[in-house]
Design a protein around this ligand. Sequence first.
Ligand SMILES: C=C1C[C@]23C[C@@]1(O)CC[C@H]2[C@@]12CC[C@H](O)[C@@](C)(C(=O)O1)[C@H]2[C@@H]3C(=O)O
Ligand SMILES: O=C(O)CCC(=O)C(=O)O
Ligand SMILES: [Fe+2]
Length: 327
Amino acid sequence: MVLLPKPAAVQHFSTTSNPILFPDVPLIDLSKPDCISQLVKACEDFGFFKLINHSVPTQFITQLESEALNFFSLPLSAKQTAGPPDPFGYGNNKIGPNGDVGWVEYLLLTTHTESDYQKFASIFGEAAEKFRCAVNDYLSAVKKMACEILEMLADGLKIQPRNAFSKLLMDEKSDSVFRVNHYPPFEESSGGNLIGFGAHTDPQIISVLRSNNTSGLQIWLKDGKWISVPPDQNSFFINVGDSLQVMTNGRFKSVRHRVVANSSKSRLSMIYFGGPPLSEKIAPWPSLMRGEDSLYKEFTWFEYKKSVYNSRLADNRLGLFEKIAAS
Ligand SMILES: C=C1C[C@]23C[C@@]1(O)CC[C@H]2[C@@]12CC[C@H](O)[C@@](C)(C(=O)O1)[C@H]2[C@@H]3C(=O)O
Ligand SMILES: O=C(O)CCC(=O)C(=O)O
Ligand SMILES: [Fe+2]
């Protein structure tokens, strides 16, 4: 059993009722050529959907999952030599630099530098190389799929060229991030529900999440309810990020989500956060403005990211960049 150090203040919360299960997660079947309008609708209504019949080879997923589990099963002292996450590396309990905590341990990695892996070489030995290969295989397939989705969305929004969004992920300077989260089971005696990863929106363009079959992910609906997303290890879950919300001038919504820890089973999730190059201006695509003004002030990804890293998880980060201040 993985033991995490007892964090100073992991958030507990109580709910009067069990969270509502969300069987009707918008479902996009990539093998159906007519899914584009559903895709657009899911991004408008939820900023979230489940993806089936995807192109990512199962072997890449299971290989990386097994490498990650090997890593997380190492003694804490060994894992900690691959930390702290500054911002990349191994971390536990503390999320980000501003005091957020959760019942989680994780690896944060860049998507295109080799330097992160030096942190693992000393503890992981030869396995570090196997791990690096598994991450590379997985990420190339997931990135390709993320680009296909962004191109279908561009088609659905009648944006030309259709690689308007996907080229930002393909750019060799793309500031994308990869994260593997491990939520060990917790002792129920600690009372109430335990926050694994607190509520937030993802700042980038698009996030592609795959988890094992342990529940925990919840999304927040416009009517203020938290909804549990049934896990499915054979599917991917896609989040619209803040940057895509801005690039569509608010037509797509970045989804607020969180993870609640499970008392009996551990959850393992891997998330690719597709981001633009640092110098990229994040602004509404002109043809989507239809004579309207941009809802957002002008900013680059570098400026947004700086603000993100000065914020707490639950902050409304985009609020600072809205022309009309959020109430
Ligand atoms: C508390 C924080 C962690 C985070 C950076 C931040 O200051 C606010 C946003 C957080 C988040 C959420 C989505 C991704 O998991 C993440 C890598 C990101 O880009 O923004 C994390 C950041 C992190 O863990 O460093
Ligand atoms: O671990 C998960 O399932 C989701 C975590 C998450 O939202 C994040 O890392 O940004
Ligand atoms: Fe997230």
